[in-house]
Ligand binder design. Structure first.
Ligand code: NAD
Length: 353
């Protein structure tokens, strides 16, 4: 197959991990007979430096003509003045909005080789393999909000409409069908009207997916179950704010922030794929970055935007085998253990593919 991929390396360790994901994709293309064209463009701090705009129109033009976007990370101390008129994160929000990417998918898996890096007992981590689907463009982060002039009162408003919940629920149910056919919808239906609408709507969408087992849990209970029985979850569906909090909590299960990928999808196949971590300015330029989250994001791109499931699995299996073989970047090397560079780690993944 032929595909065009927009590459936005961004800032800090973004370009370092991106180079590895592109190498992996080039290797997959060669091995499976595909033709991938990579178009690099500016986004984030580097785009501010070069054009004054974190998301230049040229970047949007390039992205519109591609099948998917791969993003490294944006931001860093150079652009972190909260009073600045332009900030790197505006580029990311702008991209999500422009392409109406309303579903954020974050798979969380534990690797037995890394069990020692999580604060949980190893037996609780056995078989943890979940996908969190977070609604990304609605809810309380986008509802009317205001800080009153007197400084004593402020409010934010959670608003959801039935179509908004339906479209993200469809994404979650379809994802469950490709996994273990189990969906847990998280809400706070006991106290919030918006969350009663959420639950009612998810129950309605379930009628189209009778092969998927659906249950509902309250968000407070979910935070507890993520730590006490994480292996019981398959797909978790949550609103914007609850998904934000739960996915960060669940990231602890993977052992390092550098391990986690994400996909942001809209109604079609187009998607934005990026690691969960930021630009890690503290280790930028030292060859210490773990490229796993970025490489696994490229695997999600193969799966969701290009429909190449075998190729996606080949990359994921190669990452597992790389870890099992003992390859470690600095963040996942034990105290006195030796570690290899970002490039060497990716090279091992490529050899395993
Ligand atoms: P961060 O994720 O960049 O780093 C947190 C810690 O994790 C650091 O110690 C870092 O060294 C480590 N780390 C992160 N990724 C790693 C990797 N791949 N391999 C090894 N170690 C890794 O978060 P932060 O320090 O809070 O933020 C730094 C900058 O990144 C800020 O400007 C922030 O706004 C930005 N940020 C961007 C995104 C994004 O682009 N989507 C997300 C989060 C933060």
């Amino acid at each position: 197959m032929k595909a065009t991929i927009t590459v936005l390396p961004g800032d800090g360790i973004g370009p370092e991990v991106m180079a590895q994901a592109v190498r992996v994709l080039e290797h997959v293309a060669g091995k499976y007979g595909h033709e991938f064209t990579f178009q690099e463009a500016l986004m984030g701090g580097i785009a501010i430096d070069k054009t004054g705009n974190p998301l230049p129109p040229e970047t949007l033009r390039v992205a519109e003509q591609s099948d998917a976007i791969l993003l490294g990370a944006v931001g860093g101390p150079k652009w972190s003045d909260p009073t600045a008129a332009v900030r790197p994160e505006q580029g990311l929000l702008g991209l999500r909005k422009h392409f109406e990417l309303f579903a954020n998918l974050r798979p969380v898996k534990t690797y037995p080789a890394l069990a020692g890096f999580t604060p949980l007992r190893p037996e609780l981590l056995e078989g943890v393999d979940m996908l969190i689907v977070r609604e990304l463009t609605g809810g309380i982060y986008f509802g009317p909000s205001q800080e009153q002039g007197d400084g004593d009162t402020a409010y934010d408003t959670e608003i959801y409409t039935v179509p908004e919940v339906q479209r993200v629920a469809h994404v979650a149910f379809r994802a469950a069908q490709g996994r273990r056919n189990k969906l847990t919808s998280v809400d706070k239906a006991n106290v919030m009207a918006s969350m009663r609408l959420w639950r009612r709507t998810v129950i309605g969408v379930h009628e189209d997916y009778s092969d998927v087992e659906l249950d509902h849990i309250l968000v407070d209970a979910c935070t507890m179950y993520l730590m006490t029985r994480p292996a019981s979850f398959d797909v978790i569906l949550a609103s914007n704010i609850f998904g934000d909090i739960l996915s960060d909590e669940a990231s602890v299960l993977a052992g390092s922030l550098g391990m986690l990928p994400s996909a942001s999808l809209g109604s079609g196949k187009f998607g934005l794929y990026e690691p969960v971590h930021g630009s890690a300015p503290d280790i930028a330029g030292q060859g210490k970055a773990n490229p796993t989250g970025m490489i696994l994001s490229a695997a999600l791109l193969l799966r969701y935007s290009l429909g190449l499931e075998d190729e996606a699995r080949a990359v994921e299996t190669a990452v597992e085998q790389t870890l099992e073989a003992g390859a470690r970047t600095a963040d996942i090397a034990s105290g006195s253990g030796s570690y290899i560079s970002t490039d060497e780690f990716a090279q091992t993944v490529i050899e395993k593919i």
